[in-house]
Design a protein around this ligand. Structure first.
Ligand SMILES: [Zn+2]
Length: 106
């Protein structure tokens, strides 16, 4: 990849960090992110069958990295982190729950 492509990705990612809190999940695999340059416009980002993201903004339509796709990626990473913490908390709570079940079975 060229250096300019890397720069675009870095710019998209840094904008995406600040946009991540404004990501709305419309339904599974479909997200909306407000446009930064056009107030009132919301871009739709769709998860493709191959797992990649497609944004309908001018940059996204020509396959360039954009802040909206980056925002969805950042948002998902944050949610995954929260999910892992919840899963760990549930796992730590399990031994007590098992003891309770055994007591009931006796
Ligand atoms: Zn976009």
């Amino acid at each position: 990849m060229s250096a300019s492509f890397g720069d675009r990705e870095r710019t998209a990612l840094s904008k995406g960090q600040s946009l991540a809190a404004q990501v709305t999940r419309v339904k599974y695999g479909v997200y909306q992110v407000p446009s930064q340059s056009e107030p009132g416009t919301r871009w739709t980002i769709i998860q493709r069958a191959d797992g990649g993201l497609q944004c309908v903004c001018p940059a996204g339509l020509v396959g360039r990295p954009c802040a909206h796709k980056a925002a969805v990626v950042v948002r998902r990473q944050r949610e995954e982190k929260r999910g892992r913490r919840r899963a760990q908390a549930a796992a730590e709570a399990t031994p007590k729950a098992r003891r309770d079940v055994r007591r009931v079975e006796l």
